[in-house]
Design a protein around this ligand. Structure first.
Ligand code: ATP
Length: 456
């Protein structure tokens, strides 16, 4: 019987045409066999009959893969390999051996060997091992390049993992994140679009013990309802028409890390039910399978809409709501973050001008005043777009901040401005005077006195 994915599979052999291989074996018969088998398929094949020759070949040129016999006169292949690794060799190694005892296998793993081929072997086994090794190397490289590209093209990437801003509101949020960073209780982040819910989730993940594991964001609003369960939980082969192969879900891919579920209110009924099960016992059952996987994931959920309202209107499961409404973080709108707007603007100016290759801009007094006055309904996302536009056009488009209207509006008496701001604050915090006083930076007594004077 042929092995699955034999080299007759043209896709597999195609990947070999780019590979350079160094065969290291002291036995001429075996060495010739290896070279003869590989040469028609690979880009280049070189040979060495001992460790010195091999070291000279590696110093002279790069090889993608080395086939190494473990039993060479003078020195064991694995000992030599361990030495090579300390001098910085990066070639992938496939060990060819007649004696695969456990101790050798452990030593080989520690020396960074990618695969084993047991003598005697067939041609197919050899070519398959080289193919697998090459494909893993390609995936590693692709992964590294994609990460790099992502960091370069995402204009906000440099600040993605840090919730910036010196305002007391953001300071308090950072303190809360620090306190809850390592508990497994789900965290619910609410707040309008663009207020930095995802940044807060990334900040939490980066500060947690899970930082070196995956952070997986899932936006339920952008995945079609019928696909969301398949995406999150994965599926068996044939789970839906066209699903030729089984696929791991995003939750399983995040094992050990953090999953950020944005716009959680958009989950369908069955997906809400399945999510509740994961939150309660950590179990995920891929669609169309009978077996559940036990996962260790920190969940951060976000919603721009009020989940309480969604529950009241029958669109969100109350049991799921109570499960995720344990730790709730409310992201304040940008307009309530004092001078953070200027801090973030300066940062975006610096960052975007470098990335876009455009000259920087000074934030003059007029721009500063307009930015502080404006409401920023689109929050930080709107601010970033505003800065990007400013850099492209070489000046701040203040008219888009309602600057003209504000400039032309009659100057309001100070007490009127004060009343408007206090009432706006009370409205924003559902009439909580202590909270409104804290945010406005005045005493609770002052608010009580003003309200009494206005007959409230
Ligand atoms: N405190 C912050 N520091 C730096 N950048 C921020 C901050 N908050 C938000 N941003 C930037 O603003 C943009 C919007 O942030 P983010 O996507 O986290 O908001 P959101 O609340 O999750 O929005 P939505 O609900 O629309 O997905 C991003 O480009 C992000 O990098």
């Amino acid at each position: 019987m042929e092995e699955a994915g034999t080299p007759h599979d043209s896709l597999l052999t195609a990947s070999l045409t780019q590979v350079s291989v160094l065969v290291v074996d002291d036995e001429p018969g075996m060495r010739n066999f290896l070279v003869k088998t590989l040469t028609p398929h690979c880009r280049a094949v070189a040979e060495a009959s001992n460790a010195e020759e091999a070291a000279a070949q590696l110093a002279a040129q790069h090889f993608d893969i080395m086939l190494l016999d473990n039993m060479m006169p003078g020195q064991k292949g694995l000992d030599w390999l361990a030495e090579q690794r300390t001098t910085g060799g990066v070639t992938d190694v496939i060990m060819v051996t007649a004696y695969a005892d456990l101790e050798t296998a452990i030593q080989a793993m520690r020396a960074g060997v990618s695969d084993f081929i047991l003598k005697p072997f067939r041609t197919n086994q050899l070519l398959n091992a080289v193919c697998r090794c090459q494909q893993t190397a390609m995936l590693r490289r692709e992964n590294r390049l994609l990460r790099r590209e992502l960091e370069q093209c995402d204009l906000g990437a440099r600040h993605r993992d840090r919730l910036l801003g010196g305002s007391p509101e953001i300071e308090e949020i950072r303190t809360t994140l620090e306190r809850v960073k390592d508990v497994t209780t789900p965290l619910l982040i609410t707040g309008a679009s663009g207020t930095g819910k995802e940044v807060a989730a990334r900040h939490l993940h980066a500060a947690s013990k899970r930082a070196d594991r995956p952070f997986v964001p899932v936006n339920c609003a952008t995945i079609p309802a019928e696909m969301i369960e398949l995406e999150l939980f994965g599926h068996a082969a044939g789970a839906y028409p066209g699903a030729a192969a089984a696929r791991e879900g995003l939750l399983a891919s995040a094992q050990g890390g953090t999953v950020f579920i944005d716009e959680v209110a958009d989950l369908s009924g069955p997906a809400q039910m399945a999510l509740l099960r994961v939150l309660e016992d950590g179990l995920v059952r891929p669609v169309g399978t009978e077996r559940s996987l036990q996962l260790d994931i920190r969940f951060v959920l976000a919603s721009a809409r009020s989940l309480r309202q969604e529950v009241a209107e029958g669109r969100f499961r109350p049991d799921l709501f109570f499960r995720i409404d344990v730790l709730n973080l409310q992201m304040p709108p940008l307009a309530h973050r004092g001078t953070d707007v200027l801090e973030l603007a300066a940062l975006f100016l610096d960052d975007l001008s470098h990335r876009l290759g455009l000259p920087g801009l000074e934030i003059d007094a007029a721009a500063r005043a307009a930015m502080l006055r404006y409401d920023w309904p689109g929050n930080i996302r709107e601010l970033r777009n505003f800065i990007e536009r400013a850099l492209i056009f070489g000046g701040f488009p203040l008219e888009t901040l309602g600057g003209e209207q504000i400039a032309r509006a009659a100057i309001a008496p100070l007490d009127q401005v004060e009343r408007r701001e206090i009432l706006r604050a009370l409205d924003a915090v559902d009439g909580n005077r202590t909270e409104a006083a804290r945010r406005l930076g005045v005493s609770r007594k002052t608010i009580d006195r003003k309200c009494a004077a206005w007959g409230l």
